[in-house]
Design a protein around this ligand. Structure first.
Ligand code: GUN
Ligand code: FE
Length: 416
């Protein structure tokens, strides 16, 4: 497969590479290279020519909750713990109904693909059947990545709580039953207040034995942090994950808005990923994460929509929210913390997550081929724009039907 267009990717943090009228060559479902002129050996191959369109890597959404998708855009009048009890747990409880779960999963999968998100780290609900249905529907639509059956055996209220034994058995059954080529399991203790020490110990043991990745929430809200300290008798929230073996280089921790210096240091030392979810942090008035400080400390940072606490399914919008939130951080820090540039935030939404999927940045040789093709010819412009200017503008405004094609693991999964 050979794709032609203006090829744009984030080779390193803060730096985009632009190859105008360039070629991406994909052989045996792996990227062979990006070229300014097509090498002699490929001259007779068929070329898919996207003309003046921009070709980006597709996005990775590294934190979202499938069973919350039906309540997108609602209930942003409460902070985290009340929000969970009042709106979220009752909504997630509906995933008990497999037909409802399937309908939700189908719609979410379709919306992710048409918005250019082809890789995810996603929470399901505690329901085993619904989780298998979700994985099946993502696979069918062409969404790749990780999905977790949520573990929660305390503080879930009447309709959203397992007992400890049930949670363990269902987790094992789910792990045995999920066998999809592109959608893999990830262990998902909801957060410390949702899981008993016994359950966390069990999850830490299977993480180690099976080498499975882990996703959860960390230091999102000040009341949550206080609660965890008293529940687990720790000084720092992260120590509650660490003591159960849930703190390593395959761990994704959403939010980290209120992480202490010690917590940040431990994330850097252990290779734990921070999943920055600015739309959620703004909606639930959680706070304004110190992303620049994380990056300076050597912490790996990726982006998440945190649907439905965040309202944007499009990672274009989440990149924009990342930039704007970092500008507020700069104001709050007396103009001492530089905001994140478009190039930097684009890296976090694409290349930074590649590492979690064991791939190189951008369209690196050997990567699987994930890409979106974008058009902007309907927008007014004050002058002829450079490709770089067109790239930057995409995150702020897009024409209707801006996304013309989406490729996921070399498969053309969307055309407009
Ligand atoms: N902490 C525990 N559960 C959740 C959730 O569903 N969303 C968010 N934003 N934080 C959480
Ligand atoms: Fe979340």
């Amino acid at each position: 497969m050979i794709i032609k267009g203006h090829i744009i990717s984030a080779e390193e943090f803060g730096k985009v590479s632009i190859v105008e009228n360039g070629y991406i060559v994909v052989i045996d479902n792996k990227i062979e290279g990006v070229y300014q002129s097509l090498p002699e050996e490929y001259q007779n191959e068929k070329i898919t020519d996207y003309g003046d369109s921009l070709v980006f890597p597709s996005f990775s959404d590294m934190h979202l909750h499938a069973p919350q998708y039906p309540m997108l855009g609602m209930g942003y009048d409460l902070q985290l713990l009340e929000w969970l009890r009042t709106y979220t747990f009752p909504t997630e409880a509906k995933f008990k109904d497999s037909a409802f779960a399937r309908k939700t999963a189908q719609r979410l999968a379709k919306d992710l693909i048409r918005n250019g998100t082809t890789r995810v780290a996603m929470f399901s609900s505690l329901h085993k059947e619904a989780t298998l249905i979700l994985m099946e529907e993502l696979e069918k639509a062409g969404v790749c990545g990780y999905v977790g059956k949520v573990n929660m055996d305390r503080h879930g209220g009447e309709n959203l709580e397992e007992n400890t034994g049930e949670s363990m058995v269902d987790t094992k059954d789910w792990l045995n039953q999920c066998n999809f080529p592109h959608v893999k399991p990830i262990l998902t203790p909801r957060f410390i207040p949702s899981c008993t020490p016994e359950l966390l110990t069990f999850l830490g043991e299977i993480a180690k034995k099976e080498g499975l990745p882990i996703q959860s929430h960390l230091s999102e809200n000040t009341s949550e942090v206080d609660w965890v300290r008293s529940l687990e008798n720790v000084d720092e929230y992260y120590q509650a994950y660490e003591k159960y073996g849930l703190w390593n280089s395959k761990t994704l921790m959403a939010h980290c808005v209120h992480s202490s210096e010690k917590e940040i240091r431990s994330m850097a030392e252990n290779g734990v990923y921070v999943v920055h979810c600015p739309a959620s942090n703004n909606n639930l008035i959680s706070g304004c994460a110190h992303i620049r400080d994380f990056l300076n400390a050597g912490v790996k940072v990726v982006l998440g929509s945190d649907i439905a606490a965040g309202e944007f399914i499009s990672m274009f919008d989440n990149v924009k929210e990342t930039i704007k939130t970092s500008k507020n951080r700069e104001i709050m820090d007396n103009w001492e913390t530089p905001f994140l540039s478009v190039e930097e935030a684009f890296y976090l939404a694409t290349s930074a997550a590649n590492e979690f999927f064991s791939e190189g940045p951008g369209f690196a040789k050997g990567n699987s081929f994930h890409a979106i093709v974008l058009q902007d010819g309907d927008l007014l412009s004050p002058k002829e724009l450079t490709v770089k200017e067109r790239f930057e503008r995409m995150f702020y405004i897009r024409q209707r039907h801006a996304i013309k094609a989406v490729y996921s693991d070399s498969r053309l999964v969307f055309v407009d």
